[in-house]
Ligand binder design. Structure first.
Ligand SMILES: Nc1ncnc2c1ncn2[C@@H]1O[C@H](COP(=O)(O)OP(=O)(O)OP(=O)(O)O)[C@@H](O)[C@H]1O
Length: 728
């Protein structure tokens, strides 16, 4: 660079950098994709798939184009991000939010690199569709092409098949209603369980709807009573079955199985369902069903279907259907299309399938937002007049007219939405923030209310200052590390003291100091023999419960407010407080998150354990020696502890801070949601909503830029799927 302008640019470091040229050949596109793999933007698998597609077309005498390679890689990348396909319309209209590339925003991109958006800036969706249609790698599903194009949606063939199978399974179930001998019996059972108010009782209506259908979805936010509703539904169905059974029937009861996509979700449902079953007025129901007729054990879907190690197929399938009459799937937003297709394959024709979940949560980490897709129209219900009439005759309450729609679709008739939260009242900041976030409206007034402690359950923390250097925010990180140590009760109204929830007093918020006190202070007296596991199991259970009392949740992995940096900073703060001995390697108190399934150890991606020191080994002299073991809660919800030696664990990370994505299906007494100081494509309304609703009693929001949070809440995730369209 020469002359005055070059000097000035050098001075201010604002040199105009020539953008790299667009790839012209498939080889150049693959080289670019290689660079993206190196940067960890896309998976090696995405690159390999693009290379595979290029090879196939080349072998068939077609010259693979740069665009074909890029689109194949991006379709695979979308699957890795939880989308079932790549919609090229979205790709052209909003490349960055569609692909979420670079993964954590453009801030991390060197100036001379090609922006992903550069690749698709000068091309229209129609051009892309016609380009794809000319390739022998792309078909409409009839031929065995690696890619399938349906309208503007580009699928990897396998995922297109899953979506078709799910749609066919749902359509078949929507064609006819479930067998019901006597609806007046159902009405009596529902009146006994819910009372007889004329006001719409959405739980009662949901029960009626699910009793009528062979396929149904019950969606609702946290604490809207999904568990309560399903327990009442099962009681009502068993009541009807019992009352209408003939005397010759071997067992009058329906065979019911409860399931969830992860061990953690299964354990949570097992815990809450037991209490709800105990409260049922079974004696007063027609047929007086026995308590044992309502199961309380929840299994994972993999276990229910009979997973086979090292295989994608299950023991239960079309040829060997599940032996059941009713299948309930909780936390259905976490079920991906692959698993959902297997469920439909293994479900007997006459069985009822009931899916429960929160439609507004982030979608499954694996491909396919099944629940979100199915609930797209749930807010306005769209019940046909005939459905509304039937519901009114069975549930005895009238639907608001705006929920009745003469043009309602078959799927609408099977979706029920619970609309009242019994956990959060109108004074709860968590509840108010969750609804405002969901509605995409986080206004100045609400933020001011949070800042001024108008809500007793919300603390608003503002990391002030920050550094002039981008990507650094020392004061913010220090504030967060202190907060993680104590939970900062002083930041809540009355320091969190004296609060009642459902008329019961609750403890003020805590941070990680709380569980570490139990790690250090409540260890069983040594001298216990290794075979006396009870006190050790009890200690580990207390530690794990206490660890669940607080969690830092981040949107990002990198940057000053990302998981990686915060894990280091929080560990260092805890070490300085004398609560842990070191911050690297293995140490007593280290919490770990499993990041890959390990079938041998029975650990699943997302499982959390805490490292504890136990005196179970012996030295040569036969004396006890302290060794570290990681305590994990058992995956079957039985409440027992699995002790695993750190050397046996393969994929894991320390988990003082975790991403909101990984926190799905979990709930913490106190959740601290960290909003980064810059807007990135991952920061969406669904992410903020999911983070906020992980908090059961206390929520702290760390917000350095209000504008970032407001903007994030204003934008929803772009979902790409054809499922809803297939069900029209
Ligand atoms: N109709 C109701 N009347 C009074 N309390 C209710 C009612 N329904 C649910 N609850 C109470 O609200 C709380 C939440 O209910 P429940 O666990 O069924 O909701 P959920 O939607 O399954 O919650 P989660 O968000 O944990 O999945 C429970 O304490 C439950 O007893």
């Amino acid at each position: 660079m020469t002359g005055e302008s070059g000097y000035i640019q050098d001075l201010f470091d604002t040199a105009v950098v020539e953008p790299a040229p667009l790839p012209r050949t498939a080889a150049e596109a693959l080289a670019l994709l290689d660079d993206w793999v190196e940067r960890d933007w896309i998976r090696a698998l995405d690159h390999a798939f693009a290379a595979f597609v290029c090879k196939i077309v080349d072998e068939r005498g077609e010259q693979p184009s740069a665009m074909l390679a890029l689109l194949a890689a991006m379709a695979s990348h979308q699957v890795g991000r939880g989308h079932v396909c790549l919609d090229v319309r979205h790709l052209c209209q909003a490349t960055e939010p569609t692909l979420v590339l670079p993964p954590e925003g453009v801030g991390s991109l060197p100036a001379d690199s090609l922006q992903p958006s550069d690749l698709f800036a000068d091309v229209s969706p129609d051009e892309l569709v016609s380009h794809l249609n000319q390739s022998c790698a792309v078909g409409n599903g009839e031929l065995a092409t690696p890619l399938v194009l349906d309208g503007s949606r580009l699928y990897l063939r396998r995922f297109w098949r899953y979506e078709q199978a799910i749609a066919a399974g749902i359509r078949k179930r929507l064609e006819t209603h479930a067998e019901m001998t006597d609806t007046s019996l159902l009405a009596r059972a529902l009146d006994t369980l819910f009372g007889t108010s004329q006001e719409p009782d959405y739980q009662k209506l949901a029960c009626a709807l699910a009793a009528r259908n062979r396929f149904s979805v019950i969606t609702g936010g946290p604490g809207t009573g999904k568990t309560t509703t399903v327990v009442n539904l099962l009681a009502a169905l068993q009541s009807v079955a019992c009352e209408s059974a003939g005397t010759d029937d071997a067992s009058p009861y329906l065979r019911i199985r409860l399931s969830a996509p992860t061990g953690k979700a299964a354990a949570r449902l097992s815990e809450s369902i037991g209490g709800a079953v105990d409260r049922l007025p079974l004696e007063k129901l027609p047929g007086r069903p026995d308590k044992s007729a309502i199961p309380t054990q929840v299994t994972t879907l993999h276990r229910l279907l009979g997973s086979r190690p090292g295989s994608r197929s299950f023991r239960h399938n079309e040829d060997n259907p599940l032996p059941l009459d009713i299948l309930v799937i909780d936390e259905a937003s976490m079920v991906d299309v692959d698993l959902m297709a297997s469920v439909f394959a293994a479900l007997p024709d006459k069985a009822r399938l009931i899916m429960l979940g929160d439609k507004d949560q982030l979608a499954s980490v694996d491909a396919g937002a099944v629940l979100g897709e199915l609930c797209q129209r749930a807010d306005h219900a769209h019940y046909l007049p005939a459905t509304a009439q039937w519901l009114e005759s069975v549930a005895g309450c009238q639907l608001p007219p705006e929920q009745v729609d003469a043009d309602g679709l078959p799927l609408d008739q099977a979706v029920a939405m619970l609309r009242k939260s019994y956990r959060f009242d109108e004074h709860s900041g968590i509840g108010v923030l969750a609804s405002a976030t969901n509605a995409g409206r986080l206004d100045r007034q609400l933020i001011a209310q949070c800042r001024e402690q108008n809500f007793e359950d919300v603390a608003w923390l503002v990391p002030d200052g920050g550094s002039a250097r981008p990507g650094i925010n020392e004061p913010g990180v220090a504030l967060l590390a202190d907060h993680a140590l104590t939970g900062s009760p002083e930041r809540f109204r009355n320091s969190g003291a004296g609060r009642l929830v459902n008329d019961r007093p609750i403890d003020p918020p805590v941070g990680y100091g709380h569980y570490l006190d139990i790690v250090r202070g409540h260890k069983p007296a040594s001298g216990n023999e290794a075979d006396e596991r009870e006190p050790w199991d009890a200690w580990a259970t207390d530690v794990l419960t206490a660890f669940n009392h607080f969690k830092v949740l981040c949107a990002l992995r990198q940057g000053p407010f990302g998981v990686e940096g915060l894990n280091r900073e929080i560990a260092e703060r805890l070490r300085r407080a004398g609560l842990i001995d070191r911050t690297e390697g293995w140490y007593a108190g280290r919490p770990v998150l499993i990041t890959g399934n390990d079938y041998n150890l029975g650990l699943m991606n997302g499982d959390i354990g805490v490292t504890l020191s136990v005196p179970w080994d012996r030295n040569d002299a036969g004396e006890p020696v302290e060794t570290l073991r990681v305590a994990f809660p058992s995956s079957d919800g039985s409440g027992t502890i699995r002790w695993i030696s750190p050397s046996r664990l393969q994929s894991l990370e320390t988990v003082y801070a975790m991403t909101v994505h990984k926190s799905q299906g979990s709930e913490f007494t106190h959740a601290c949601l960290v909003i980064p100081d810059r807007l990135t494509p991952v920061l969406t309304r669904e992410l903020a909503y999911t983070g906020i609703t992980r908090a059961r009693h206390w929520l702290s929001l760390v917000v350095s830029q209000e504008g970032v949070l407001k903007e994030a809440v204003g934008r929803g995730v772009i979902r790409a799927s054809g499922l809803a369209r297939l069900l029209v």
